[in-house]
Design a protein around this ligand. Structure first.
Ligand code: KG4
Ligand code: ZN
Length: 339
């Protein structure tokens, strides 16, 4: 079975082909990031995002067909991100997928964006097996999930306000870095001195598995305001202090979630999962607790079509039937559990 995956929930257009033959294989994937287009505005402009998805989808589809050597006639289903995300951006991908599937007489598989992130480590050369605990840390979400199998997700904890990636982005903006600033902030933090700027560890000792990051951002605002002029060294130290605080909370809660679940595997997914310091701390502390940690390949940490093709294929393999192509709706707000 060959599944085409379409991702268009935010500012990345992703298209991929996944085959379930011989244990499963990603045949090809292509991505267009709109980051440089939105950078001038300091954030994603939804209307521009939608229009750019319209422009990119056909060339990206042509590219994955050429790269994989597949033809449209070889496709068995079309999976696409149904939500959550920007309504207009989702509509472009959904309309494209449904129209293509209608023309080809194929079923569609509407996929939850976070399910794509959650399953993305299965694309790596060392994939985890079910069950596992997943730490989902993206620009829009921060959640801990108990994953028993494809489609079997139980929420263990989540952020009460800002998502981890959102906190990275807002702090980066405050320090004069561009959008999205997560990776730039992490790079700046590398040149800072650990321990010099002490920031709060929100909800570290709350006893539950929830997060809160808006107070941390406010603490950075206060720190920056206290300074009349900010030197490069001070900016780097603040970035370093911010990263230390957020990483400590994420690592502590993620390991606690694994302990509570009684499992021994942790999967980290979503854009913040690309953070090197998070990976370093998690690897070190998990090894001591005899917990195996799994990450997606770096290119599949942030939004991409491969994870959507994979999620669609795994759903079909798990016995979920595809839907007849045609009528559709997108779900800009959509909880992964209880839907
Ligand atoms: O998963 P993703 O591509 O999009 C959403 O579904 O939200 O995640 C994007 C988020 C952004 O907030 C970005 O700043 C953050 O991931 N990010 C990072 C790093 N790379 C991307 N945050 C911290 N360190 C990084 N290296
Ligand atoms: Zn995402």
């Amino acid at each position: 079975m060959v599944v085409l995956g379409i991702e268009s929930s935010c500012d990345e257009t992703g298209v991929a082909l996944y085959s379930t033959a011989a244990g499963g294989k990603l045949l090809a994937h292509a991505l267009h990031s709109q980051v440089s287009m939105h950078a001038d505005y300091g954030g994603v402009v939804p209307e521009l995002a939608s229009r750019d998805h319209v422009r990119r989808l056909v060339p990206l589809l042509r590219q994955v067909l050429a790269d994989s050597g597949c033809t449209l006639a070889q496709l068995d289903a079309v999976a696409y991100t149904q939500g959550p995300g920007l309504a207009g951006a989702l509509l472009v991908g959904a309309a494209f997928a449904e129209a293509l599937a209608t023309a080809l007489g194929l079923p569609t598989v509407p996929v939850h964006h976070l399910e794509g992130h959650l399953l993305s480590p299965l694309l790596s050369s060392r994939p985890p097996s079910f069950p596992f605990v997943a730490l989902l840390v993206s620009g829009g979400h921060s959640q801990l999930m108990h994953v028993t199998g494809v489609g079997l997700y139980e929420l263990m904890g989540e952020t009460l306000d800002d998502a981890a990636g959102e906190a990275f982005d807002k702090t980066a903006k405050l320090l004069g870095l561009g959008y999205p600033g997560g990776a730039a902030l992490a790079a700046l933090a590398d040149s800072g001195l650990p321990g010099r700027v002490k920031l709060p560890r929100p909800m570290l000792k709350s006893g539950d598995l929830d997060f809160s990051f808006s107070g941390l951002k406010t603490a950075v605002v206060t720190r920056v305001r206290e300074l009349t002029a900010i030197s490069d060294e001070q900016r780097a130290d603040i970035a370093c202090g911010f990263q230390e605080a957020i990483v400590e909370v994420l690592v502590s809660k993620a390991l606690r979630a694994v302990k509570v679940s009684g499992l021994q595997q942790l999967v980290v997914a979503g854009g913040v999962g690309a953070n090197r310091e998070l990976r370093r701390q998690l690897d070190a502390q998990a090894a001591r607790a005899r917990i195996a940690v799994f990450y997606p390949e770096l290119e599949f940490c942030t939004d991409n079509g491969a994870m959507i093709a994979l999620a669609g294929a795994l759903r079909l393999q798990a016995g979920v039937s595809g839907k007849p192509a045609g009528a559709f709706a997108v779900r800009p707000r959509w909880p992964l559990t209880g839907s």
